[in-house]
Ligand binder design. Structure first.
Ligand SMILES: C[S@@+](CC[C@H](N)C(=O)[O-])C[C@H]1O[C@@H](n2cnc3c(N)ncnc32)[C@H](O)[C@@H]1O
Length: 316
C-alpha cells in the first residue's frame, strides 16, 4: 500500500472563518441584545475586529480574502472568549456603534443601545419645532455619553450637560467626548440626578435611567449581569429614578422645554401609575411602549403628578 500524502487543508478565507465563528456561537447558549441581535451579527463583529477589517461593509471581495493561520486562530480565540466569559461582544472589542457613531466601551458602562438615539437623529420631530432653538440640553444618566454626543451633533447650537452618578462611567464618557472632539460643547458632571444642576434650566432633557425591576434583575442572563448593576437596577417596580425625574424635571426645564425618558417596555404600568400625565409614546424600533415625551406644561398642570398606587405587586 502506498502512503498517499493527505490533501493540504483549504486555505482559510474571511468567509470560512465567519462560518466557523457563526457555528460556534450558535451552538453555545448565549444571550444577545447588546448592539447585535444574533449569532450572525456577533460573529461578523468579532471576526472583522480580530482580522482588523471594517465591519460595516462586507463585499464579496472581502469574503474571498485569504486569512493566515495565525489570524484565523486570533479570530476563533475571540469567539471562544465570548462563549466562555458570557460578556457582550462590545466588552471584548471595546467598541460599540449607535446611529452610525462609534463609541469606546468597557465594563464601567452599559453597552449603548438606547432607543432615544433614533429619536434624536430624527431631531425629535415634532416635539422640537426648531432644532436651532435648542440652546441648552441635558443628558441625565449619561453612561458612556453616547446620547450626549449624538445630541450635541444633532443640536449644533446646544451647550450640553451630561450627568452621571458613577465616576467610573464618567471616565468612559470623557474618552468618548474627546474622541468626538466635543470637549467644548459637552460638560460632564458627577451628580445624583439633578442635585448638582442648581437652578439651571434646559430646553431639552433626555434620560435613559436604570429601570429594571428587582424581580427582573434576579433573572438577568450573564451578559447583562456583566454590566454595572447601578446602570440597570431601578428598584422594586423599576420606577425609583423615573419617579424622581418626573417630579424634579419641571424645575430644570425652560417654559417650552421637552423631557424624553426611556423606561423599557413598561408603558402600561407607568400610565396606570400616573393616570393624569398626558404621556406621548413615539414609535421606535423597540415599539411604542418604551420612550415617553412630555412638555414642561404637562408636568406642572394641577394634579399631573398624582400617583395611583399599584393594585398588586409589580411584575417585570
Ligand atoms: C441605563 S444606563 C444609560 C447610559 C447611557 N445614557 C446609555 O443610554 O447608554 C443608566 C446610567 O445611569 C447612571 N445612574 C444611576 N443612578 C444614577 C443617579 N442617581 N444619578 C445619575 N446617574 C445615575 C448609571 O451610572 C448609568 O450610567
Amino acid at each position: 500500500m502506498t502512503n498517499k500524502p493527505s490533501p493540504a487543508p483549504a486555505a482559510a478565507t474571511v468567509a470560512s472563518v465567519l462560518t466557523a465563528a457563526r457555528r460556534a456561537l450558535s451552538r453555545a447558549e448565549l444571550s444577545y441584545g447588546h448592539g447585535y441581535l444574533d449569532s450572525s451579527e456577533e460573529a461578523l463583529c468579532l471576526v472583522m475586529h480580530a482580522l482588523s477589517l471594517p465591519g460595516d461593509e462586507i463585499s464579496d471581495a472581502t469574503l474571498k480574502k485569504r486569512v493566515s493561520a495565525a489570524a484565523r486562530q486570533r479570530a476563533l480565540a475571540l469567539i471562544r472568549e465570548r462563549i466562555s466569559k458570557r460578556i457582550p461582544a462590545a466588552y471584548l472589542t471595546h467598541e460599540s456603534w449607535l446611529q452610525g457613531l462609534r463609541f469606546y466601551v468597557d465594563e464601567r458602562v452599559i453597552v449603548p443601545r438606547s432607543f432615544i438615539a433614533e429619536l434624536l437623529t430624527a431631531e425629535l420631530y415634532p416635539w422640537v419645532e426648531e432644532p436651532a432653538d435648542i440652546g441648552s440640553a441635558l443628558d441625565l444618566c449619561t453612561g458612556s455619553a453616547c446620547l450626549a454626543v449624538i445630541m450635541a451633533k444633532i443640536f449644533a447650537h446646544a451647550a450640553v450637560d451630561a450627568i452621571d452618578l458613577s465616576p467610573q462611567a464618567l471616565e468612559v464618557a470623557r474618552i468618548n467626548v474627546a474622541r468626538h472632539r466635543l470637549g467644548r460643547r459637552i460638560r460632564l458632571v458627577e451628580s445624583d440626578l439633578f442635585s448638582a444642576a442648581g437652578k439651571k434650566r434646559y430646553d431639552l432633557i433626555i434620560s435613559n435611567p436604570p429601570y429594571v425591576t428587582t424581580a427582573s434583575m434576579r433573572k438577568l442572563p450573564p451578559e447583562y449581569r456583566s454590566e454595572p448593576a447601578m446602570a440597570l437596577a431601578g428598584g422594586g417596580n423599576g420606577f425609583d429614578l423615573v419617579d424622581l425625574i418626573l417630579t424634579q424635571a419641571a424645575d430644570h426645564l425652560t417654559a417650552q422645554g421637552t423631557l424624553v425618558v426611556e423606561i423599557g417596555h413598561h408603558r402600561s404600568r407607568l400610565e396606570q401609575r400616573y393616570p393624569r400625565l398626558p404621556f406621548f409614546w413615539p414609535e421606535t424600533s423597540g415599539g411604542d411602549d418604551c420612550v415617553f415625551v412630555l412638555k414642561r406644561a404637562d408636568l406642572v398642570a394641577p394634579g399631573a403628578l398624582q400617583v395611583q398606587p399599584a393594585r398588586r405587586r409589580a411584575i417585570s
